[in-house]
Design a protein around this ligand. Structure first.
Ligand code: ADP
Ligand code: MG
Length: 469
Protein backbone atom coordinates (compact mmCIF):
# COMPACT_ATOMS: atom_id res chain seq x y z
CA UNK A 1 0.00 0.00 0.00
CA UNK A 2 1.34 3.41 -0.83
CA UNK A 3 0.72 6.16 1.61
CA UNK A 4 1.93 9.35 0.19
CA UNK A 5 1.74 12.93 1.00
CA UNK A 6 0.88 15.85 -1.12
CA UNK A 7 0.91 19.46 -0.16
CA UNK A 8 -1.86 21.61 -1.44
CA UNK A 9 -2.09 25.33 -1.19
CA UNK A 10 -5.84 25.51 -1.43
CA UNK A 11 -7.81 25.56 1.73
CA UNK A 12 -10.75 23.62 3.04
CA UNK A 13 -13.01 22.19 0.41
CA UNK A 14 -16.50 20.94 0.50
CA UNK A 15 -16.52 17.44 1.81
CA UNK A 16 -17.98 14.61 -0.10
CA UNK A 17 -20.12 12.33 1.92
CA UNK A 18 -18.18 9.19 1.12
CA UNK A 19 -14.90 10.40 2.49
CA UNK A 20 -16.53 11.67 5.68
CA UNK A 21 -18.24 8.38 6.22
CA UNK A 22 -15.14 6.33 5.52
CA UNK A 23 -12.92 8.42 7.70
CA UNK A 24 -15.44 8.11 10.49
CA UNK A 25 -15.21 4.36 10.24
CA UNK A 26 -11.42 4.54 10.25
CA UNK A 27 -11.50 6.72 13.33
CA UNK A 28 -13.70 4.25 15.11
CA UNK A 29 -11.17 1.50 14.54
CA UNK A 30 -8.21 3.72 15.36
CA UNK A 31 -9.81 4.74 18.62
CA UNK A 32 -9.95 1.13 19.69
CA UNK A 33 -6.26 0.68 19.13
CA UNK A 34 -4.54 3.76 20.48
CA UNK A 35 -4.46 5.52 23.83
CA UNK A 36 -7.03 8.30 24.20
CA UNK A 37 -4.47 11.03 24.38
CA UNK A 38 -2.85 9.84 21.17
CA UNK A 39 -6.20 9.68 19.50
CA UNK A 40 -7.12 13.19 20.55
CA UNK A 41 -3.76 14.71 19.70
CA UNK A 42 -2.97 13.06 16.42
CA UNK A 43 -6.06 11.61 14.85
CA UNK A 44 -8.93 13.83 15.86
CA UNK A 45 -7.48 16.92 14.12
CA UNK A 46 -7.40 15.05 10.83
CA UNK A 47 -10.21 15.84 8.42
CA UNK A 48 -11.42 13.76 5.50
CA UNK A 49 -10.63 15.43 2.22
CA UNK A 50 -11.94 13.35 -0.60
CA UNK A 51 -12.43 9.84 -1.83
CA UNK A 52 -10.92 9.23 -5.19
CA UNK A 53 -11.72 5.71 -6.31
CA UNK A 54 -10.11 3.60 -3.64
CA UNK A 55 -7.87 6.38 -2.46
CA UNK A 56 -8.92 8.14 0.67
CA UNK A 57 -7.36 11.58 1.04
CA UNK A 58 -7.17 13.02 4.48
CA UNK A 59 -6.16 16.49 5.49
CA UNK A 60 -3.57 16.89 8.24
CA UNK A 61 -2.53 20.13 9.93
CA UNK A 62 1.15 19.96 9.06
CA UNK A 63 4.07 17.92 7.92
CA UNK A 64 4.89 16.95 11.43
CA UNK A 65 1.64 15.03 11.81
CA UNK A 66 2.45 12.93 8.80
CA UNK A 67 5.88 12.07 10.12
CA UNK A 68 4.56 11.22 13.52
CA UNK A 69 1.74 9.06 12.26
CA UNK A 70 3.94 7.34 9.71
CA UNK A 71 6.55 6.58 12.29
CA UNK A 72 4.30 5.37 15.04
CA UNK A 73 1.12 4.15 13.45
CA UNK A 74 1.93 3.16 9.92
CA UNK A 75 1.10 -0.49 10.45
CA UNK A 76 -2.13 0.29 12.20
CA UNK A 77 -3.24 2.72 9.49
CA UNK A 78 -2.33 0.29 6.74
CA UNK A 79 -4.30 -2.42 8.46
CA UNK A 80 -7.34 -0.24 8.87
CA UNK A 81 -7.26 1.05 5.31
CA UNK A 82 -7.03 -2.53 4.18
CA UNK A 83 -10.03 -3.46 6.30
CA UNK A 84 -12.12 -0.59 5.12
CA UNK A 85 -11.08 -0.05 1.52
CA UNK A 86 -9.82 -3.49 0.65
CA UNK A 87 -6.65 -4.61 -1.02
CA UNK A 88 -6.20 -1.67 -3.37
CA UNK A 89 -7.06 0.86 -0.73
CA UNK A 90 -4.72 3.79 -0.44
CA UNK A 91 -4.33 6.64 1.94
CA UNK A 92 -3.00 10.01 0.90
CA UNK A 93 -2.13 12.78 3.28
CA UNK A 94 -2.91 16.29 2.22
CA UNK A 95 -1.21 19.03 4.13
CA UNK A 96 -3.49 21.84 5.06
CA UNK A 97 -1.10 24.49 3.97
CA UNK A 98 -2.98 27.63 4.75
CA UNK A 99 -0.19 29.23 6.66
CA UNK A 100 2.38 31.44 5.06
CA UNK A 101 5.17 29.29 6.31
CA UNK A 102 7.96 28.71 3.92
CA UNK A 103 7.51 25.15 2.77
CA UNK A 104 11.24 24.76 2.21
CA UNK A 105 11.57 24.63 5.95
CA UNK A 106 10.78 20.96 5.68
CA UNK A 107 14.14 19.86 4.50
CA UNK A 108 14.02 16.25 5.52
CA UNK A 109 13.10 13.88 2.78
CA UNK A 110 9.45 13.38 3.41
CA UNK A 111 7.29 10.41 2.91
CA UNK A 112 7.66 9.11 -0.55
CA UNK A 113 5.39 6.58 -2.03
CA UNK A 114 6.35 3.48 -0.13
CA UNK A 115 5.62 -0.06 -0.93
CA UNK A 116 4.98 -1.83 2.27
CA UNK A 117 4.24 -5.37 3.16
CA UNK A 118 3.47 -6.54 -0.34
CA UNK A 119 4.64 -10.08 -0.81
CA UNK A 120 7.75 -10.41 -2.90
CA UNK A 121 7.09 -12.34 -6.03
CA UNK A 122 9.91 -14.71 -6.95
CA UNK A 123 9.22 -14.20 -10.64
CA UNK A 124 9.81 -10.48 -10.56
CA UNK A 125 12.89 -11.11 -8.49
CA UNK A 126 12.48 -7.82 -6.75
CA UNK A 127 13.42 -7.62 -3.15
CA UNK A 128 11.57 -5.35 -0.83
CA UNK A 129 14.20 -3.52 1.12
CA UNK A 130 12.05 -2.33 4.06
CA UNK A 131 14.17 0.79 4.17
CA UNK A 132 12.55 3.97 5.32
CA UNK A 133 13.44 6.98 3.17
CA UNK A 134 13.66 9.22 6.20
CA UNK A 135 17.03 7.80 7.20
CA UNK A 136 19.71 9.45 5.09
CA UNK A 137 23.32 10.55 5.55
CA UNK A 138 22.20 14.07 4.73
CA UNK A 139 20.09 14.35 7.83
CA UNK A 140 22.48 12.47 10.09
CA UNK A 141 24.41 15.00 12.12
CA UNK A 142 28.01 14.06 12.64
CA UNK A 143 29.88 14.61 15.84
CA UNK A 144 32.72 13.11 17.76
CA UNK A 145 30.31 10.59 19.21
CA UNK A 146 29.59 8.94 15.87
CA UNK A 147 32.57 9.87 13.71
CA UNK A 148 34.06 6.44 13.07
CA UNK A 149 30.73 4.70 12.61
CA UNK A 150 29.58 7.35 10.15
CA UNK A 151 32.83 7.34 8.17
CA UNK A 152 32.74 3.56 7.88
CA UNK A 153 29.09 3.67 6.87
CA UNK A 154 29.84 6.12 4.09
CA UNK A 155 32.84 4.12 2.89
CA UNK A 156 30.70 1.02 2.66
CA UNK A 157 27.92 2.64 0.77
CA UNK A 158 30.45 3.78 -1.84
CA UNK A 159 31.79 0.27 -2.28
CA UNK A 160 29.48 -2.31 -0.78
CA UNK A 161 31.24 -5.62 -0.21
CA UNK A 162 34.54 -4.26 -1.47
CA UNK A 163 36.00 -2.74 1.67
CA UNK A 164 37.52 -4.59 4.59
CA UNK A 165 34.58 -3.44 6.69
CA UNK A 166 32.67 -6.63 6.22
CA UNK A 167 30.71 -7.04 8.33
CA UNK A 168 30.27 -3.52 9.61
CA UNK A 169 29.17 -3.90 13.20
CA UNK A 170 27.73 -0.77 14.80
CA UNK A 171 26.97 -0.85 18.48
CA UNK A 172 25.84 1.48 21.25
CA UNK A 173 22.98 2.40 23.57
CA UNK A 174 19.41 3.17 22.62
CA UNK A 175 18.48 6.23 20.65
CA UNK A 176 22.02 6.99 19.51
CA UNK A 177 21.47 6.60 15.78
CA UNK A 178 22.29 2.98 14.96
CA UNK A 179 19.13 2.31 13.01
CA UNK A 180 19.46 5.66 11.29
CA UNK A 181 23.01 4.96 10.17
CA UNK A 182 22.53 1.44 8.93
CA UNK A 183 19.38 2.35 7.02
CA UNK A 184 21.16 5.36 5.53
CA UNK A 185 23.76 2.97 4.15
CA UNK A 186 21.01 0.96 2.48
CA UNK A 187 19.29 4.02 1.08
CA UNK A 188 22.53 5.40 -0.23
CA UNK A 189 23.50 2.16 -1.92
CA UNK A 190 20.09 1.96 -3.58
CA UNK A 191 20.49 5.46 -4.95
CA UNK A 192 23.89 4.64 -6.39
CA UNK A 193 23.17 1.09 -7.44
CA UNK A 194 19.42 0.76 -8.00
CA UNK A 195 19.76 -2.86 -9.02
CA UNK A 196 21.39 -4.07 -5.84
CA UNK A 197 19.20 -6.29 -3.79
CA UNK A 198 19.09 -5.04 -0.24
CA UNK A 199 17.19 -6.29 2.74
CA UNK A 200 16.91 -4.45 6.01
CA UNK A 201 15.20 -6.05 8.96
CA UNK A 202 15.60 -6.41 12.67
CA UNK A 203 16.87 -9.63 14.17
CA UNK A 204 13.59 -10.31 15.92
CA UNK A 205 11.68 -10.11 12.66
CA UNK A 206 14.29 -12.37 11.12
CA UNK A 207 13.63 -14.82 13.94
CA UNK A 208 9.87 -14.62 13.52
CA UNK A 209 10.17 -15.22 9.79
CA UNK A 210 12.46 -18.15 10.46
CA UNK A 211 9.97 -19.72 12.86
CA UNK A 212 7.19 -19.23 10.33
CA UNK A 213 9.33 -20.80 7.64
CA UNK A 214 9.86 -23.84 9.82
CA UNK A 215 6.17 -24.13 10.55
CA UNK A 216 5.22 -23.90 6.91
CA UNK A 217 8.04 -26.08 5.69
CA UNK A 218 9.60 -23.26 3.69
CA UNK A 219 13.10 -23.15 5.08
CA UNK A 220 14.67 -23.54 1.66
CA UNK A 221 12.74 -20.62 0.20
CA UNK A 222 13.55 -18.57 3.26
CA UNK A 223 17.29 -19.24 3.03
CA UNK A 224 17.24 -18.69 -0.73
CA UNK A 225 15.95 -15.15 -0.32
CA UNK A 226 18.78 -14.21 2.02
CA UNK A 227 21.49 -16.07 0.13
CA UNK A 228 20.66 -14.15 -3.01
CA UNK A 229 20.94 -10.58 -1.94
CA UNK A 230 23.76 -8.08 -2.26
CA UNK A 231 23.43 -6.28 1.04
CA UNK A 232 22.02 -7.68 4.26
CA UNK A 233 21.32 -5.20 7.05
CA UNK A 234 20.24 -6.65 10.37
CA UNK A 235 19.27 -4.34 13.18
CA UNK A 236 19.51 -5.22 16.87
CA UNK A 237 21.37 -8.46 16.35
CA UNK A 238 21.38 -8.95 20.13
CA UNK A 239 17.89 -10.42 19.68
CA UNK A 240 19.51 -13.55 18.30
CA UNK A 241 21.13 -14.33 21.63
CA UNK A 242 19.81 -17.52 23.13
CA UNK A 243 18.15 -18.55 19.87
CA UNK A 244 20.39 -21.33 18.73
CA UNK A 245 18.49 -22.57 15.70
CA UNK A 246 18.13 -19.10 14.25
CA UNK A 247 21.82 -18.51 14.91
CA UNK A 248 22.71 -21.69 13.01
CA UNK A 249 20.80 -20.62 9.97
CA UNK A 250 22.12 -17.09 10.18
CA UNK A 251 25.65 -18.48 10.42
CA UNK A 252 25.24 -20.20 7.06
CA UNK A 253 23.71 -17.15 5.44
CA UNK A 254 26.54 -15.05 6.82
CA UNK A 255 29.17 -17.38 5.38
CA UNK A 256 27.54 -17.57 1.97
CA UNK A 257 27.18 -13.84 1.67
CA UNK A 258 30.64 -13.10 2.99
CA UNK A 259 32.27 -15.55 0.63
CA UNK A 260 30.43 -14.02 -2.27
CA UNK A 261 31.72 -10.60 -1.17
CA UNK A 262 28.28 -9.34 -0.36
CA UNK A 263 27.99 -6.64 2.26
CA UNK A 264 26.75 -7.45 5.75
CA UNK A 265 25.82 -4.69 8.19
CA UNK A 266 24.79 -5.33 11.76
CA UNK A 267 23.79 -3.25 14.74
CA UNK A 268 23.75 -4.24 18.36
CA UNK A 269 23.26 -2.71 21.76
CA UNK A 270 26.68 -3.98 22.87
CA UNK A 271 30.01 -5.03 21.34
CA UNK A 272 30.32 -8.55 19.90
CA UNK A 273 32.33 -9.96 22.77
CA UNK A 274 29.59 -9.03 25.24
CA UNK A 275 26.85 -10.87 23.39
CA UNK A 276 26.21 -13.60 25.92
CA UNK A 277 24.17 -16.41 24.44
CA UNK A 278 25.56 -15.84 20.95
CA UNK A 279 27.60 -18.72 19.54
CA UNK A 280 31.36 -18.23 19.55
CA UNK A 281 31.62 -18.78 15.84
CA UNK A 282 29.20 -15.95 15.17
CA UNK A 283 30.91 -13.65 17.64
CA UNK A 284 34.21 -14.27 15.93
CA UNK A 285 32.67 -13.53 12.53
CA UNK A 286 31.14 -10.31 13.82
CA UNK A 287 34.72 -9.25 14.58
CA UNK A 288 36.06 -10.00 11.13
CA UNK A 289 35.28 -6.59 9.73
CA UNK A 290 35.00 -3.35 11.63
CA UNK A 291 33.22 -2.74 14.92
CA UNK A 292 32.43 0.90 15.57
CA UNK A 293 30.50 2.38 18.44
CA UNK A 294 28.12 5.30 18.67
CA UNK A 295 28.16 7.26 21.89
CA UNK A 296 25.95 9.84 23.52
CA UNK A 297 26.24 13.15 21.64
CA UNK A 298 28.23 16.04 23.12
CA UNK A 299 26.74 19.49 23.70
CA UNK A 300 27.59 20.91 20.27
CA UNK A 301 26.19 17.89 18.50
CA UNK A 302 23.03 18.08 20.54
CA UNK A 303 22.59 21.69 19.48
CA UNK A 304 23.15 20.84 15.85
CA UNK A 305 20.66 17.99 16.06
CA UNK A 306 18.02 20.12 17.75
CA UNK A 307 18.37 22.87 15.17
CA UNK A 308 18.13 20.45 12.35
CA UNK A 309 15.13 18.60 13.75
CA UNK A 310 13.25 21.75 14.71
CA UNK A 311 13.79 22.95 11.18
CA UNK A 312 12.54 19.75 9.66
CA UNK A 313 9.46 19.81 11.86
CA UNK A 314 8.85 23.35 10.64
CA UNK A 315 9.24 25.05 14.01
CA UNK A 316 11.43 27.96 14.85
CA UNK A 317 13.13 27.98 18.22
CA UNK A 318 15.27 30.70 19.72
CA UNK A 319 18.88 29.92 20.56
CA UNK A 320 18.00 30.34 24.18
CA UNK A 321 15.48 27.53 24.00
CA UNK A 322 17.79 25.30 21.95
CA UNK A 323 20.63 25.77 24.44
CA UNK A 324 18.32 25.08 27.30
CA UNK A 325 17.12 21.80 25.87
CA UNK A 326 20.62 20.72 24.82
CA UNK A 327 21.90 21.49 28.26
CA UNK A 328 19.23 19.52 30.04
CA UNK A 329 18.61 16.56 27.81
CA UNK A 330 21.84 14.72 27.39
CA UNK A 331 21.26 11.01 27.30
CA UNK A 332 20.29 10.29 23.73
CA UNK A 333 18.97 11.60 20.47
CA UNK A 334 15.60 9.95 20.68
CA UNK A 335 14.95 11.85 23.86
CA UNK A 336 15.97 15.12 22.21
CA UNK A 337 13.52 14.36 19.46
CA UNK A 338 10.91 13.37 22.02
CA UNK A 339 11.31 16.75 23.65
CA UNK A 340 10.69 18.61 20.39
CA UNK A 341 7.69 16.44 19.67
CA UNK A 342 6.27 17.11 23.07
CA UNK A 343 6.89 20.83 22.68
CA UNK A 344 5.07 20.80 19.39
CA UNK A 345 2.25 18.69 20.78
CA UNK A 346 1.92 21.01 23.79
CA UNK A 347 1.84 24.07 21.64
CA UNK A 348 -0.53 22.62 19.05
CA UNK A 349 -2.90 21.47 21.78
CA UNK A 350 -2.94 24.74 23.63
CA UNK A 351 -2.65 26.94 20.57
CA UNK A 352 0.21 28.77 22.28
CA UNK A 353 3.50 29.79 20.71
CA UNK A 354 6.57 27.90 21.82
CA UNK A 355 8.30 30.20 24.27
CA UNK A 356 10.93 29.69 26.90
CA UNK A 357 8.35 28.99 29.56
CA UNK A 358 6.76 26.20 27.57
CA UNK A 359 10.20 24.78 26.81
CA UNK A 360 11.09 24.80 30.47
CA UNK A 361 7.88 23.13 31.41
CA UNK A 362 8.33 20.46 28.75
CA UNK A 363 11.93 19.68 29.67
CA UNK A 364 10.92 19.46 33.27
CA UNK A 365 8.10 17.08 32.46
CA UNK A 366 10.47 14.88 30.50
CA UNK A 367 13.13 14.85 33.20
CA UNK A 368 10.70 14.16 35.99
CA UNK A 369 8.96 11.49 33.95
CA UNK A 370 12.35 9.90 33.40
CA UNK A 371 13.38 10.10 37.01
CA UNK A 372 10.03 9.66 38.67
CA UNK A 373 9.41 6.12 39.68
CA UNK A 374 6.56 5.30 37.44
CA UNK A 375 4.27 3.41 39.76
CA UNK A 376 2.54 0.11 39.25
CA UNK A 377 -0.74 1.90 39.88
CA UNK A 378 -0.13 4.45 37.13
CA UNK A 379 0.74 1.68 34.75
CA UNK A 380 -2.34 -0.32 35.67
CA UNK A 381 -4.56 2.71 35.22
CA UNK A 382 -3.17 3.55 31.79
CA UNK A 383 -3.29 0.00 30.52
CA UNK A 384 -6.87 -0.44 31.72
CA UNK A 385 -7.86 2.87 30.18
CA UNK A 386 -6.40 1.78 26.91
CA UNK A 387 -8.10 -1.60 26.84
CA UNK A 388 -11.22 -0.29 28.42
CA UNK A 389 -11.26 -2.87 31.20
CA UNK A 390 -12.07 -2.45 34.84
CA UNK A 391 -8.98 -1.89 37.00
CA UNK A 392 -10.41 -4.04 39.75
CA UNK A 393 -10.74 -6.98 37.44
CA UNK A 394 -7.07 -6.72 36.56
CA UNK A 395 -6.22 -6.74 40.24
CA UNK A 396 -8.36 -9.80 40.86
CA UNK A 397 -8.19 -13.29 39.44
CA UNK A 398 -10.51 -12.65 36.54
CA UNK A 399 -9.73 -14.87 33.56
CA UNK A 400 -11.57 -13.14 30.76
CA UNK A 401 -9.37 -12.89 27.72
CA UNK A 402 -9.12 -9.12 27.51
CA UNK A 403 -8.56 -8.84 31.24
CA UNK A 404 -5.74 -11.38 31.08
CA UNK A 405 -4.06 -9.49 28.25
CA UNK A 406 -4.36 -6.16 30.06
CA UNK A 407 -2.99 -7.74 33.23
CA UNK A 408 -0.05 -9.31 31.45
CA UNK A 409 0.81 -6.04 29.75
CA UNK A 410 0.56 -4.19 33.05
CA UNK A 411 2.91 -6.73 34.67
CA UNK A 412 5.26 -6.52 31.72
CA UNK A 413 5.42 -2.73 31.92
CA UNK A 414 5.78 -2.82 35.69
CA UNK A 415 8.81 -5.06 35.38
CA UNK A 416 10.25 -2.99 32.57
CA UNK A 417 9.62 0.51 33.86
CA UNK A 418 9.72 0.26 37.63
CA UNK A 419 12.25 -1.00 40.10
CA UNK A 420 9.77 -3.11 42.00
CA UNK A 421 10.62 -6.71 42.76
CA UNK A 422 8.76 -9.48 40.99
CA UNK A 423 7.14 -10.32 44.26
CA UNK A 424 5.82 -6.80 44.75
CA UNK A 425 4.54 -6.72 41.20
CA UNK A 426 2.76 -10.04 41.69
CA UNK A 427 1.11 -8.72 44.85
CA UNK A 428 -0.42 -5.86 42.90
CA UNK A 429 -2.15 -8.22 40.53
CA UNK A 430 -4.19 -10.47 42.73
CA UNK A 431 -1.36 -11.86 44.83
CA UNK A 432 0.27 -13.79 42.03
CA UNK A 433 3.73 -15.22 42.56
CA UNK A 434 6.93 -14.17 40.88
CA UNK A 435 6.87 -16.96 38.29
CA UNK A 436 3.55 -15.66 36.97
CA UNK A 437 5.10 -12.25 36.53
CA UNK A 438 8.02 -13.72 34.63
CA UNK A 439 5.66 -15.75 32.52
CA UNK A 440 3.64 -12.64 31.67
CA UNK A 441 6.77 -10.69 30.88
CA UNK A 442 8.08 -13.36 28.51
CA UNK A 443 4.72 -13.80 26.92
CA UNK A 444 4.26 -10.10 26.14
CA UNK A 445 7.81 -9.84 24.95
CA UNK A 446 7.13 -12.68 22.56
CA UNK A 447 3.75 -11.36 21.44
CA UNK A 448 5.09 -7.89 20.73
CA UNK A 449 7.74 -9.39 18.51
CA UNK A 450 5.18 -11.31 16.54
CA UNK A 451 2.34 -8.86 16.44
CA UNK A 452 3.18 -5.45 15.07
CA UNK A 453 0.01 -3.75 16.20
CA UNK A 454 0.38 -5.05 19.73
CA UNK A 455 3.94 -3.83 19.63
CA UNK A 456 2.70 -0.40 18.65
CA UNK A 457 0.22 -0.38 21.49
CA UNK A 458 2.89 -1.33 24.00
CA UNK A 459 5.40 1.22 22.72
CA UNK A 460 2.60 3.80 22.73
CA UNK A 461 2.02 3.04 26.40
CA UNK A 462 5.75 3.25 27.13
CA UNK A 463 5.92 6.64 25.41
CA UNK A 464 2.94 7.83 27.33
CA UNK A 465 4.33 6.65 30.65
CA UNK A 466 7.88 7.82 30.06
CA UNK A 467 7.38 10.94 28.01
CA UNK A 468 3.78 11.75 28.65
CA UNK A 469 3.04 11.75 24.91
P1 ADP B 1 19.06 3.53 17.83
O1 ADP B 1 18.77 2.63 16.66
O2 ADP B 1 20.50 3.64 18.13
O3 ADP B 1 18.26 3.20 19.04
P2 ADP B 1 17.87 5.53 16.13
O4 ADP B 1 18.70 5.37 14.91
O5 ADP B 1 16.50 4.95 16.09
O6 ADP B 1 18.63 4.99 17.41
O7 ADP B 1 17.79 7.08 16.48
C1 ADP B 1 16.79 7.65 17.28
C2 ADP B 1 16.27 8.90 16.62
O8 ADP B 1 17.29 9.89 16.62
C3 ADP B 1 15.89 8.68 15.16
O9 ADP B 1 14.76 9.43 14.86
C4 ADP B 1 17.10 9.20 14.39
O10 ADP B 1 16.72 9.70 13.13
C5 ADP B 1 17.61 10.28 15.28
N1 ADP B 1 19.07 10.41 15.21
C6 ADP B 1 19.97 9.60 15.79
N2 ADP B 1 21.22 10.01 15.56
C7 ADP B 1 21.11 11.13 14.81
C8 ADP B 1 22.07 12.05 14.25
N3 ADP B 1 23.38 11.90 14.43
N4 ADP B 1 21.59 13.07 13.53
C9 ADP B 1 20.26 13.23 13.36
N5 ADP B 1 19.32 12.42 13.86
C10 ADP B 1 19.72 11.38 14.58
MG1 MG C 1 17.45 1.01 16.57
Amino acid sequence: MDNLKITLKNKQRTLDKDSSQLWKECLKLIKKDVPNITYNTWFLPIKPYELDGKTLKIQVPNNFFVEWIEEHYNTLINKIIYQILGKDGKLVYVINDDSDEDPTLFDDPIVEPQTKSSKTSPIENTVESNLSPRYQFDNFIQGESNQLARAAAIAISDNPGETSFNPLFIYGGVGLGKTHLIQAIGNNILTKYPNKKIIYLSADIFTTQFVEAIQTNKINEFSAIYNNIDVLIIDDIQFLTGREKTQDLFFHIFNNLHQARKQIILSSDRPPKDLKGMSDRLISRFQWGLSADVQAPDFETRIAILKRKANSFGILLSNEIIDFIAYNITSNIRELEGCLIKLLANSSLSGKEIDFELARKTVKEISTKREANISIDTITRMVCEHFNVDENKVREKNRKKEVVLARQIAMYLSKRLTKNSLKTIGLHFGGRDHSTVIHSFNNIEKLTKEDVSLNEIVSGLVNKLELGI
